[in-house]
Ligand binder design. Structure first.
Ligand code: SF4
Length: 254
């Protein structure tokens, strides 16, 4: 038995149709997440204690499941998201290289995919990703203040490292997007200005299930006003758009 199989978990299914409104199919090839964000919704849904969640493990049969499921779903899939319930470039990825193996299989099968990560470790796969025109690389950036980041996302890379990585992918001609979810403080407008030249799309979402001092109606209005003025491609997650008094549905999908 390989080390990966020994330390990993086994699943029955890998690809699934996501309920995230802007997504299509998704997969999560790690169980838990070493980034340990305090607001993590995936941990909440799975009802895992924090200390268990941060001891992430790979899905040991992820590759065989993917090879089995892709031929069946290939024609139906518009884009596969990696990942909504773990981070594909958490530190464990350095050892397992499981994300890299998965994206190679998606490429061999000519399937479009989109990365969503908080880690500049994705730069390791820059050559691979920049030579495939059916992929997008997304970074979650929830604040520009690294002290706020340290509190909420204690084991994830710094904001500076993420911004550097976004710019590098952009410079290499890769389509990039930013998930500003959950918005943690008042830096979201500065963030738009700072990244607008390097990003193809912004997605904004509120902090759900936890207290925030932000006035979500004002936040949503300011985002819409700024993005429209700058001519940016953006969407608001439903929970945030619902705070708008005029036409919230207009901003939920592109
Ligand atoms: S990176 Fe995503 S999955 Fe990982 S702990 Fe943070 S919110 Fe949860």
């Amino acid at each position: 038995m390989s080390l990966l199989a020994y330390f990993g978990v086994l699943r029955k299914k890998l690809l699934y149709k996501t309920k995230v409104e802007y997504g299509d199919y998704a997969l999560n090839h790690y169980e838990g997440c070493q980034h340990g964000c305090k607001y993590c919704y995936a941990r909440l849904i799975k009802k895992k204690p924090y200390q268990v969640w941060v001891k992430a493990r790979p899905v040991a049969n992820a590759i065989s499941l993917l090879k089995k499921e892709l031929p069946v779903l290939r024609n139906e899939i518009k884009e596969v998201y990696l990942c909504f319930s773990c981070d594909p470039y958490m530190p464990l990825e350095r050892k397992t290289q499981l994300t890299q193996r998965i994206i190679k299989i998606l490429m061999e099968n000519d399937v479009a995919f989109s990365i969503l990560t908080k880690s500049d470790l994705v730069l390791r796969d820059l050559n691979l990703l920049s030579n495939y025109d059916k992929c997008r690389v997304g970074f979650t950036i929830t604040t520009l203040n690294d002290n706020v980041r340290k509190f909420w996302e204690p084991y994830a890379p710094s904001i500076e490292d993420r911004i550097r990585a976004v710019k590098t992918f952009h410079d290499y001609g890769v389509e990039t997007w930013i998930s500003v979810e959950p918005i943690l403080d008042n830096t979201y407008i500065d963030l738009i200005y700072k990244l607008q030249d390097y990003v193809n799309q912004f997605v904004f979402g509120k902090l759900n299930y936890m207290k925030s001092n932000l006035n979500w109606r004002k936040v949503a209005e300011k985002i819409v006003e700024t993005c429209k003025e700058l001519g940016l491609n953006f969407i608001l997650k439903k929970e945030l758009a619902n705070h708008l008094t005029k036409c919230p549905g207009d901003y939920v999908k592109l």
